[in-house]
Design a protein around this ligand. Structure first.
Ligand code: UDP
Length: 314
């Protein structure tokens, strides 16, 4: 039975990966320092093939026993988080990736990096395909995340080329679903929370900037297929259905039947104007594309969010 280490395993995507891989029969080691991850995301897991280790992966990782895969998902991932935790964000993308790669080399494990659409920065090519090198401001507030992930991709390729480590790079676009932190500042949990509590929806800028949102179950399936594939170069994983943030706010208002108003706030610096993954490569190589409609994904997430807000009130 294959054994996998998931760094950031108590986070939003990491915890879904734990569930998914346990279900597939993997033995799962979940590692997290709980900086932005939450133990409640994995508290439901009752399985003797599951092990949680509290550890900051920017420090040397010691793990006994064989390991077949390492999925490196540890990192703050919300712009609000990485602006509040700039040094930790840089460290986990650089030092953390180095440590996780070192472990992959030692164990002869396949290493998968959770990279990001942020490597494209504020893109000048639309939609973004993997051969685009990006338009990133290294010294702007988002630079701490963008450059850390770009470094992470570079060191991943170096370990592949120089040490022969089997590596995969997933460029993950905006995704959403249950277990996002309701105050993490990202647009999906923020608008949902605001709509359900009857508060104003805070659209940044004029709301004309675009994003494309992928539901978590689709995303996890894409990661899994990439992990099992032989593809070393980056693969975009995301949903190409694009919309403006203003349209997205209106969608949340109509789904929740909320009476909340939309208010406009200043656009954060270097906020990408557009974002849409070109997923031709994932379609071709992984036979993968998203299956869950935006509407269905939002309905599922709203159900979860209502319960979350209810327990928070009690
Ligand atoms: N956004 C917004 N209101 C909010 C939070 C975010 O209008 O309360 C906008 C943000 O400026 C960006 C988009 O929604 O254009 C997506 O932001 P998010 O933080 O989810 O992630 P990003 O895609 O920027 O990494």
């Amino acid at each position: 039975m294959p054994r996998v280490l998931i760094t950031g395993g108590a986070g939003f995507l990491g915890s879904h990966l734990c569930d998914f891989l346990l279900e597939k029969g993997f033995e799962v080691v979940c590692m997290d320092n709980l900086l932005t991850g939450d133990i409640s995301n994995i508290a439901h897991i009752r399985n003797e093939k599951f092990l949680f280790i509290k550890h900051d992966v920017t420090n040397y990782i010691y793990l006994e026993g064989p390991l077949d895969y390492i999925l490196h998902f540890a990192s703050p991932a919300s712009p609000v988080d990485y602006m509040e935790l700039p040094i930790q964000t840089l460290k986990v993308g650089s030092l953390g990736t180095h440590k996780a790669l070192g472990l992959a080399k030692e164990k002869k494990a396949t290493f998968l990096l959770a990279s990001t659409s942020e490597v494209y920065g504020d893109p000048l090519i639309h939609p973004q395909s993997e051969d685009y090198w990006g338009n990133v401001n290294p010294i702007g507030p988002r630079g701490v995340y963008d450059e850390a992930k770009r470094f992470a991709e570079a060191i991943t390729m170096a370990y592949h080329r120089y040490h022969g480590v089997e590596t995969r790079i997933a460029r993950i676009f905006n995704c959403f679903g249950p277990r996002m932190r309701i105050y993490d500042g990202r647009v999906v949990p923020t608008f949902m929370r605001q709509a359900l509590l009857g508060e104003d929806l805070t659209v940044f800028g004029d709301g004309s900037q675009t994003r494309s949102f992928c539901y978590v179950s689709d995303l996890i399936e894409g990661i899994y297929r990439l992990m099992l594939s032989r593809e070393v170069e980056p693969v975009n994983i995301g949903n190409p259905q694009e919309m403006s943030i203003l349209q997205f706010a209106e969608k949340i208002l109509s789904l929740t039947k909320s009476k909340s108003r939309i208010v406009f706030k200043p656009l954060p610096k270097d906020d990408p104007r557009v974002r849409q993954p070109d997923i031709s490569k994932a379609r071709r190589i992984l036979g993968w594309e998203p299956k869950v409609s935006l509407e269905q994904g939002l309905i599922n997430t709203l159900e979860w969010m209502k319960q979350k807000l209810e327990t928070a009130r009690r």
